[in-house]
Design a protein around this ligand. Structure first.
Ligand code: HEM
Length: 135
């Protein structure tokens, strides 16, 4: 795919995920530290939207990798099913924020999303370490 090997794509995807998570954290700090609420919310939204789109690019690779893994082994790993399902929920909730569905854009839902995203990220990192034979 794109002239890159799967292991190169995996590293690229991991880097995108780390940058996405950093942008989500930075976007949250920016809002907290901001003196003007209006300006803070605008910066917060812009920074996190970039992170969200980087994560989407990386998830395209993950879906492709899950597909290859499934057709080569003839079965779906429960770990991938658990990670993928939680990942889809995190992405759908994220899409609601990115597309400005204001009734959902509350602190409560954003906190839930943050915890969910972190859990999915950690699950994915675990998968990454297992696939690379590190654990
Ligand atoms: C918010 C959403 C998601 C986050 C934050 C996330 C995070 C991660 C991370 C950090 C990795 C390890 C690095 C990598 O291999 O790219 C990973 C791997 C993986 N993820 Fe996700 N993921 C998400 C959604 C999904 C979805 C929707 C699927 C559905 C198929 C999925 C399937 C996989 C698979 C199969 C791997 C192993 C890929 C490989 O290394 O070849 N992920 N994920």
């Amino acid at each position: 795919m794109l002239g890159l090997t799967m292991s190169e794509l995996r590293v690229f995807s991991m880097i995108l995920q780390i940058i996405a998570l950093l942008l989500i954290v930075i976007g949250s700090i920016v809002l907290k530290k901001s003196t003007s609420m209006k300006e803070g919310i605008s910066k917060h939204g812009k920074i996190i939207n970039v992170g969200y789109f980087l994560a989407i690019i990386s998830v395209l690779y993950m879906v492709y990798s899950a597909y290859l893994f499934t057709i080569s082994t003839g079965s779906i790993s429960p770990l991938v099913v658990a990670h993928g399902s939680l990942g889809i929920i995190a992405l759908v909730l994220g899409a609601i924020f990115v597309t400005n569905r204001w009734s959902w854009k509350t602190k409560k839902y954003m906190r839930i999303e943050m915890v969910l995203w972190l859990a999915v990220f950690l699950g994915g990192t675990y998968l990454y370490l297992v696939i690379n034979g590190a654990i």
